[in-house]
Design a protein around this ligand. Structure first.
Ligand SMILES: Nc1ncnc2c1ncn2[C@@H]1O[C@H](COP(=O)(O)OP(=O)(O)O)[C@@H](O)[C@H]1O
Ligand SMILES: O=C(CO)[C@@H](O)[C@@H](O)COP(=O)(O)O
Length: 563
């Protein structure tokens, strides 16, 4: 008898759902829902790096995407055995004692501090610095040691500490906090006991300093030195965590009715998008999977005996079972990748948005047509012209730090910079420089893994940029001087979630076996071009010099500010 499973992938801008045949991983239906309020830029303030999302965006997306795939596939709902949800992270949400997101209560419906704090929100830089300072000086265990030795403002405790200080009302009303992947899983299950609810190992280990060595989260004694609220919160969180091959519960009646599914549907433990994407791309030992979208996440799995007691410096954590149960999952990444190019596109669009699309000469219909044409050709034309610039021609040197630096060595206070501009520098030159910068930032990560003794034999690309930009992928292969395979599925994270769901439902004995049968194949491979490698090495040296200079300057400036 056929069995089907659903994988749900909450990205930064939209949620994607896939309905998968467990026998062969075939996708029977897929659907996407863009977050309505987020699209209208509600609750965000990019000038202070504040990025919040309203839970209604996520709940509406849950309902519409699953309903759409169930009806499009025409599969009998009783054959849909399980669902697993992956989301971005660390993206924590404050909730009441009964697990209701604060923003769904009347008092907090419009308060951004009561909403989900998206991974790329960097309002908690000071709080992350404080956590690092305390971890290094308090005299006890350094709880950052399995998280690369540096706690980031993108993560759980820094974000909660920031909100607790900034918003007394939210602090008082937030009984506890849930990572986004846990919240969406909790919403669907029947058992509503928050104390025994199975939280994600992946989220807890990579972002909340959870580790078996100290029996879970950092102790109250440590957290209390940051804020009494954090010490209190510790007791309302969790001690145990669970991998995503396990069952979190079964679908509750309310959501079974809404979605047209049965209450026998199993809901697996939640996880992060990059980690499930790696499973969808059939990650193996010594392979580096790069999820290349708005940001990058770089994932490696390693046998426990290969890692031993070694801690890898400057990455986003090494967690037992965060990707494949019983293997150590190592994560690194760039805070902006596609977003660097999106920023440039946005900047160049100023005259269009402010003058052309406001013009009284054009009718509304003409404006809409023009907008559509510009939109579909913008990145395409820039890419073509940037690619045509020979490597011998002078182009700027740029840094990829428009949203700070995630790895190596998290420092979200860093900013981007550009040198070598001249009167001859045109938009495609800058675009090419930005593409170089994101590839050089990637090389720094690969170099760090290798310097720390983590072996990388192959590179696999997944995500929007990997599939849509052959020019970026070729540049990356040249910069890394390694071949890169591109995963054929454009829904690798959702497919990975479906694979976890299949194991949770008992259809496969483990994630490795399930991924062999259900994981995506590759659609292309990029090889380094011998004649270009040396030139890219030269350009990389200029990037490294500029990076060092800017980092020193920013450090000096922050020392002056503190005085
Ligand atoms: N052809 C392209 N060339 C370069 N960047 C692109 C291209 N197409 C999309 N992008 C970038 O990819 C990012 C979106 O990646 P995607 O994987 O689709 O989403 P997400 O990161 O939300 O999961 C955006 O930053 C966008 O600017
Ligand atoms: O940081 C993580 C996972 O640890 C990601 O969720 C985050 O980079 C967001 O990924 P996307 O750019 O939305 O693919």
């Amino acid at each position: 008898m056929k069995n089907y499973v659903i994988g749900l992938d909450y990205g930064s801008d939209s949620v994607r759902a896939v309905l998968i045949d467990t026998e062969n991983g075939q996708e029977l239906a897929s659907d996407v829902c863009h977050y309505k309020r987020w699209k209208n830029k509600q609750y965000c303030n990019p000038s202070i790096n504040q990025f919040r999302q309203h839970p209604l965006d996520h709940i509406e997306g849950l309902e519409s995407t699953i309903k759409n795939i169930v009806s499009a596939s025409k599969v009998d709902p009783s054959l849909i055995k399980s669902i697993c949800i992956d989301t971005t992270g660390s993206s924590p949400v404050p909730v009441t004692e009964d697990g209701t997101p604060l923003a769904l209560t009347a008092e907090f419906a419009e308060n951004p501090n009561a909403m989900m704090v998206l991974w790329k929100d960097h309002t908690a830089i000071n709080e992350a610095n404080e956590i690092n300072e305390l971890a290094a000086t308090w005299g006890g265990e350094d709880f950052t040691k399995y998280e690369g030795g540096i706690y980031s403002s993108e993560w759980f405790w820094a974000k909660i500490l920031h909100i607790a200080r900034e918003d007394e009302a939210v602090k008082n009303a937030a009984y506890t906090w849930l990572e986004h992947c846990d919240l969406m899983t909790y919403l669907l299950i029947d058992d509503k006991d928050l104390k025994t609810f199975k939280r994600s190992r992946c989220a807890a280990g990579h972002k909340a300093m959870w580790h078996e060595d100290w029996n879970g989260l950092p102790p109250e004694e440590f957290l209390g030195k940051l804020h009494p609220y954090l010490a209190q919160l510790r007791g309302k969180l969790y001690d145990e965590t669970y991998t995503s091959d396990l069952v979190a519960g079964t679908l509750n009646q309310e959501w079974a009715t809404k979605l047209g599914l049965t209450t026998d549907t199993i809901i697996a433990v939640g996880t992060f998008d990059a980690h499930s994407g790696s499973v969808g791309a059939k990650i193996d030992e010594y392979a580096l999977v790069r999820v290349m979208g708005t940001s990058t996440c770089d994932i490696i799995v390693s046998a426990k005996e290969n890692v031993g007691s070694k801690t890898v410096k400057g990455i986003c954590g090494q967690v037992d079972g965060s990707v494949i149960p019983d293997y150590i999952g190592l994560e690194a990444g760039q805070s902006a990748f596609g977003d660097v190019l999106a920023w440039f596109k946005d900047t160049l669009s100023w005259p269009l948005d402010n003058l052309v699309y406001n013009s009284t000469i054009l009718s509304e219909e003409q404006k809409a047509q023009l907008k559509e044409e510009v939109e579909s050709n913008f990145i395409k034309t820039l890419t073509e012209q940037a690619e045509a610039i020979p490597l011998s021609e002078s182009i700027p040197t740029a840094l990829d730090w428009v949203n700070g630096r995630r790895t190596p060595d998290a420092n979200q206070g860093l900013k981007s910079a550009m040198t070598n501009l001249s009167l001859g520098t045109k938009a495609p030159h800058i675009f090419k420089a930005l593409i170089n910068s994101i590839c050089f930032g990637s090389k720094k990560i690969v170099d760090r893994f290798e310097e720390e003794g983590v072996r990388i034999d192959s590179v696999i690309g997944i995500g929007g940029v990997a599939r849509k930009s052959p020019f970026i992928m070729q540049t990356l292969a040249n910069v890394l001087n390694k071949p890169i395979k591109v995963c054929a599925s454009d829904q690798a994270p959702a497919l990975g979630a479906a694979i976890y769901a299949a194991v949770a439902a008992g259809i496969y004995p483990n994630v490795i076996e399930a991924a062999k049968k259900m994981g995506s194949d590759f659609e292309s491979e990029y090889f380094p071009q011998e004649d270009k490698i040396e030139k890219y090495q030269e350009l990389m040296d200029s990037y490294s010099e500029l990076a060092q200079f800017i980092e020193n300057q920013i450090e000096k400036k922050s020392l002056v500010t503190i005085e």
